[in-house]
Design a protein around this ligand. Structure first.
Ligand code: S3P
Length: 167
């Protein structure tokens, strides 16, 4: 593997879980951009959103992305990373971009079972309101996500398929 692989996709699409598995199978490092960010700011993402607002978070996220320039391995991004500034162009020109695509309903089921508190955008949302939010946000972000080099329908793709795709 000469170039990094960037995993992109909506919150709850499995970027971190699959990123770890993929890195392990390929014996390359795994880097979680959200994790790097939390280490840098010394607080959780919801805390940062509350203190400084989303616009500041997006700037910081972009800075973190630029710092990954010479990294090798599997890199998972935050759900919004490709959708701000020229981040998607940067990702496409610095590695292989893989989109873990899910339907809104599938994301809804996955997010309903996850720790919503960790995601500032989802706080206070559940049931119909959560599904409506996912539908509209995904609709807004699809123009970025769909530009990925490889689009994966995760439900019907095995780890072996993924490994073969990015090897
Ligand atoms: C966000 C997704 C989160 C995190 C932040 C904002 C988003 O990452 O970067 O809470 O706008 O979709 P995950 O996709 O890893 O949850």
């Amino acid at each position: 593997m000469e170039k990094p692989v960037f995993l992109i996709g909506f919150m709850g699409s499995g970027k971190t879980t699959w990123g770890k598995k993929l890195a392990n199978a390929l014996s390359v490092p795994f880097i979680d951009l959200d994790h790097e960010l939390v280490n840098k700011i010394g607080m959780s993402i919801p805390e940062y959103f509350q203190l400084h607002g989303e616009a500041k978070f997006r700037e910081l996220e972009k800075e973190m992305l630029l710092e990954q320039e010479n990294r090798v391995g599997i890199l998972s991004t935050g759900g919004g990373t490709p959708c701000y500034f020229d981040n998607m162009d940067w990702l496409l020109s610095h590695g292989t971009v893989l989109y873990l695509k899910h339907s809104p309903k599938s994301l809804f089921n996955r997010l309903s079972n996850s720790d919503i508190q960790k995601r500032p955008a989802l706080q206070g949302l559940q049931g119909e309101a959560l599904l409506a939010f996912i539908e509209s946000k995904l609709n807004e972000r699809a123009i970025y996500y769909d530009r990925a080099h490889i689009v994966i329908d995760q439900i019907n793709t095995s780890l072996e398929d993924l490994v073969a795709l990015v090897k």
